[in-house]
Ligand binder design. Structure first.
Ligand code: ASP
Ligand code: MG
Length: 297
């Protein structure tokens, strides 16, 4: 089994989604496909949260645009028979669930920090809920999952960390023995293991979701599908002589991530390094390029 994670640019355009379909269909293994929100959507949700929290109803005008962004893509990539139910999911989540959560911020002037955090996490989690609906309806016969049911966090001295014991137990219950070939899971979103309240793994956290699943389920490999060919020895956008690094150790990858290489979210490396799972960084828009292999071997 392999875990494939597709980032925001990969799921954010028709070209990217068509390539995802191809990549998944070309794979013979059973797969867990982890998805980010469509590119820019999490930023939009953060901005809506800010507006609602400052009692600015300007967020309301942004809701139809959010529906439209998803609808335009659904109309092209989701097979005809799935389109109506996909649009129903988008409309319900945006116009009911998301709109209600924003309304809570709009209407309340004195929310406790705890409540504010719970509502804002619920708001930003809509990005992955919508993208995963599109991907699972696009990939016929795939099985949709709901990450907060098994990716669990807990608070430790005021900071939020993964509750590994609870996550391991629930991930195994969710996936062990399930012979479905393609599973679809939201990255980034989680729930508190004690209260069940929605949480997130932090901005960029979809990579981490994929690593957690790969580690617990002892995947054969973890593939991070993004919009660059892999790690470079310098920034290819500013240095035309930048060279792709075809292979590196977990330690080298960790160092590059910690030093600001935006290719992978830094907490991603540790869980897979601990179990010796190979990590590939691959380009959804250039899938035959070799990519970067991060390995302990
Ligand atoms: N959608 C989330 C973000 O933009 C998580 C992710 O993309 O990894 O931060
Ligand atoms: Mg990312």
């Amino acid at each position: 089994m392999k875990v494939l994670k597709f980032g925001g640019t990969s799921v954010g355009s028709v070209e990217g989604l068509n390539n995802i379909k191809q990549i998944v269909n070309d794979n013979a293994d059973s797969l867990i496909v982890v998805v980010s929100a469509l590119s820019g959507v999490t930023n939009t949700l953060v901005e809506m949260t800010r507006l609602a929290a400052s009692h600015d109803a300007g967020y309301e005008a942004m809701l139809p645009a959010l529906v439209k962004r998803h609808e335009d893509i659904i109309n092209v990539v989701v097979p005809r028979e799935g389109r109506l139910s996909c649009m129903r999911v988008v409309n319900t989540f945006v116009n009911e669930s998301l709109s209600n959560s924003l309304g809570v911020l709009m209407a309340n002037t004195e929310l406790s920090d705890e409540l504010y955090e719970a509502v804002s996490d619920a708001i930003v989690s809509h990005g992955e809920i919508l993208s995963s609906a599109i991907v699972s309806l696009m990939l016929k016969n795939s099985k949709p999952h709901f990450a907060p049911a098994f990716i669990h966090t807990t608070d430790e001295n005021g900071s939020r960390i993964v509750d590994w014991a609870s996550t391991e137990k629930h991930v195994i219950k969710e996936f062990a023995g399930d012979m479905t070939r393609v599973h679809v899971v939201q990255g980034f979103i989680a729930a508190d293991s004690q209260t069940g309240v929605k949480t997130t793994l932090g901005r960029g956290g979809s990579d981490y979701t994929a690593a957690i699943l790969a580690a617990i389920l002892q995947a054969d490999s973890l593939e991070i599908w993004t919009d660059v060919d892999g790690f470079y020895d310098s920034d290819p956008r500013t240095n035309p002589d930048a060279r792709l690094i075809e292979r590196m150790t977990y330690e080298q990858a960790q160092r590059l991530c910690d030093n600001g290489a935006k290719v992978i979210y830094p907490p991603t490396i540790a869980p897979v390094a601990m179990r010796g799972i190979d990590v590939w960084v691959k380009n959804t828009f250039n899938p035959t390029a070799p990519g970067t292999l991060i390995t302990g071997k």
